[in-house]
Design a binder for this molecule. Structure first.
Ligand code: HEM
Length: 274
């Protein structure tokens, strides 16, 4: 209680008592860091490439799979229920459509993610099992981000990749939301209706920063994967293997195999090139 009060007193932005205002203020620096990752800077410069976008989709798929499964499972939890908007927000099916567009009907075998994505997924699943109220922080970070800067990123993706239709861009589209601005206000007001003790509120702000950090680590890992694939497999055609010791196929059995191989040999493994 005391910590929160003094934190607020020292905050130059005079943050009020609403969770939505507090979470925005608490994650302001993390947001700047996320915007300044190499991947997001490439985005802002309109330099996103198809391999980058495809890899990003794979990680987003795994992140939203965990997030939306945990939100569904905890839909009636008193903290989760107010921000549970599957009709308007759910991204999993949009990501499946986009992945199928780029990888074909066998896309599930082609989903590869870096270690940071596995950590993010694990964090969401643990929160869902042990502290479901904190799923609010994860939903906030991803969904309000998608409805904010994410809307611009969608347009940039279409332009950068020279896509003439919206195929492959479902992720950015929210047909159930006519005004992202008004929907974000609704989401914020629902967040503000959640009853939290000061202790849980502090936890929530911490978790939101953890969520941003996990996103940053995913973006950084994706850039590393890309530098490996571009230096080692530049111009390789689809289907050729590339080397990496930081990529995880998303199937658990495959992850285990990869883990064992990496541990035993520390040599790179073969994956399909993007
Ligand atoms: C190129 C990178 C990015 C740009 C240009 C960008 C831009 C923006 C802008 C302009 C807003 C304010 C919109 C408004 O006030 O209505 C915003 C809000 C937000 N962004 Fe980003 N963003 C980027 C990356 C990210 C990332 C990577 C995340 C998290 C994973 C994120 C999460 C959020 C959240 C949660 C909000 C809502 C803040 C609030 O109102 O509480 N953003 N972003």
């Amino acid at each position: 209680m005391e910590t929160m009060k003094s934190a607020r007193k020292n905050d130059p932005e005079d943050v009020g008592s609403d969770l939505s205002e507090q979470i925005k203020a608490a994650t302001k620096d993390s947001h700047v860091r996320a915007e300044n990752t190499a991947l997001m800077l490439d985005y802002q410069k309109g330099k996103i490439t198809l391999p980058q976008y495809k890899l990003l989709l794979c990680s987003l798929y795994e992140i939203y799979r965990a997030l939306e499964e945990e939100l569904d499972r905890n839909a009636s939890h008193p903290a989760v229920a107010p921000i549970y908007f599957p009709q308007e927000l759910a991204r999993l099916q949009t990501l499946e459509r986009d992945l199928e567009h780029f990888f074909g009907s066998e896309w599930r075998q082609r989903v590869i993610v870096p270690a940071a994505t596995v950590r993010y997924q694990e964090r969401i699943r643990r929160i869902g099992a042990e502290s479901p109220d904190l799923l609010v922080a994860h939903a906030y970070t991803r969904y309000l981000g998608d409805l904010s800067g994410g809307q611009v990123l969608g347009k940039i993706t279409q332009r950068s990749l020279g896509l003439s239709s919206k195929d492959g861009l479902s992720f950015f589209s929210f047909p159930g939301i006519s005004s992202p601005h008004r929907f974000k206000q609704l989401f914020r007001s629902h967040m503000n209706s959640i009853e939290l003790t000061e202790g849980r509120r502090e936890e929530m702000l911490r978790e939101a920063n953890t969520s941003f950090l996990l996103n940053i680590q995913v973006f950084d890992d994706l850039q590393k994967m890309l530098s490996i694939t571009t230096t080692e497999a530049e111009d390789q055609s689809e289907g050729n293997a590339v080397k990496s010791n930081n990529m995880f196929p998303s199937l658990p059995s495959m992850q285990f195999t990869v883990g064992v191989c990496v541990a035993l040999t520390t040599v790179g493994l073969g994956f399909y090139a993007l």
